[in-house]
Design a protein around this ligand. Structure first.
Ligand code: NAP
Length: 337
């Protein structure tokens, strides 16, 4: 008898915080036939990403997930069968596996699957050496372009992307200041990750703390959250400061009412620059970036942190954790061994 493929399908376009009723659980036989260029992949880990909330609601830089479709998600899996050139049974691959046990994947596309570099654990391939680590790397270095001794401030600093931004800033000789929710996350930043200072936005006045900590202003602000924290950072921008527009999670549960910063004219007064990017813009350079970051890992200069929830059943709850701030580091779901 065929194995069962369990999946979560999108049942409704979420409004506000995602609810269990936005998804439908389905159990079906594992697909048998494979087309030319396709492979069957057994999911091991799912990457949990704020952008999935946007995909569920509307077209963004990718089309919205259709109602009834498997929820789109990145992840790592093991190839079971393959008609795809260059991929063989047993290979570990990273790609859009979706919220399901088994995925039929093509070998090309916007986010084409790729084989994990030898020796890289699946969790690190989805975190520090995966898309969030690469987002930090390219957003900071290519969009923010920090210079030695400059002050880099990052919001969402204890999350998957933010934790890497501050550590790379330190490697590049900058001052790193993180903004995160709660004293434990702030201690994680200054204690474990080597940030110079941390601001707890849930109990402190962010604008005032930024004024105190950055008397000469912020040279690079890496924005993961948008909203009030973006305004506080813009209000403390240094002359020729750069704002890296990476994401705005504070608004993702109400995407149709996104508002811009009221004080955007700070950019004019400070001759500043604000620039958005999507990490895949830099896909041609991913290999070089992974090699450089793997070197930093080997030299003990950068740390990874993953937050693993067990079981495909928990995927919706794991996604909610990003919006309540329950995760420290990269949120993953372990689906199978
Ligand atoms: P993450 O930071 O690991 O998780 C999200 C974090 O956001 C939570 O832990 C929470 O931390 C914080 N948060 C949630 N609601 C908030 C609110 N209302 N105000 C302030 N902080 C809030 O997630 P990630 O995957 O690394 O993503 C971070 C950002 O990068 C997101 O905006 C995402 O869309 C963006 N991103 C962009 C690209 C790109 O190509 N441009 C690629 C990947 C990710 P606290 O406990 O500190 O609140």
């Amino acid at each position: 008898m065929a194995d069962v493929n369990r999946s979560w399908r999108l049942a409704a376009r979420p409004q506000g915080m995602i609810k269990d009723s936005d998804f439908a659980w389905r159990e079906e036989p594992v697909p048998e036939g494979l087309g030319e260029g396709e492979m069957l992949v057994r999911t091991l880990y799912l990457s949990v990403d704020p952008t999935q909330r946007g995909w569920m609601e509307m077209d963004t830089y990718m089309p919205a997930i259709g109602i009834g479709e498997v929820v789109r998600a990145g992840g790592v899996g093991r190839v079971v069968r393959s008609n795809a050139p260059g991929f063989s049974p047993g290979d570990l691959v990273s790609g859009l596996v979706g919220w399901q046990d088994y995925a039929v994947m093509g070998s090309t596309g916007f986010v084409a699957p790729f084989k994990l570099p030898p020796g890289v654990p699946p969790t690190m391939a989805l975190s520090l050496l995966g898309l969030t680590g690469l987002t930090a790397y390219f957003g900071l270095l290519e969009v923010g372009r920090p210079k030695e001794t400059e002050t880099v401030v990052v919001s969402g600093a204890a999350g998957a992307t933010g934790m890497v931004v501050g550590q790379i800033a330190k490697i590049k000789g900058c001052r790193a200041i993180g903004i995160a929710g709660g004293p434990d996350k702030c201690s994680f930043l200054t204690g474990e990750l080597g940030y110079d200072a941390a601001i707890d936005y849930k109990s402190e006045d962010v604008a005032q703390r930024l004024r105190e900590l950055c008397p000469k202003g912020i040279d690079v602000y890496f924005d993961n959250v948008g909203g009030d924290i973006l305004e506080a950072a813009l209000g403390n921008l240094a002359m020729r400061g750069r704002v890296v527009l990476c994401g705005a999670i504070s608004g993702y549960n109400d995407m149709r009412n996104t508002r811009g910063p009221r004080n955007y004219l700070s950019l004019l007064i400070q001759r500043g620059r604000m620039e958005g990017f999507i990490v895949t813009d830099f896909a041609a350079k991913f290999g070089d970036a992974v090699r450089e970051m793997a070197g930093w890992v080997a030299a003990g200069r950068i740390k990874d942190r993953v937050d693993v929830v067990e079981g495909l059943e928990q995927a919706p709850a794991a996604l909610r954790r990003l919006f309540t701030g329950a995760n420290v580091g990269k949120q993953l779901v372990k689906v199978s061994d």
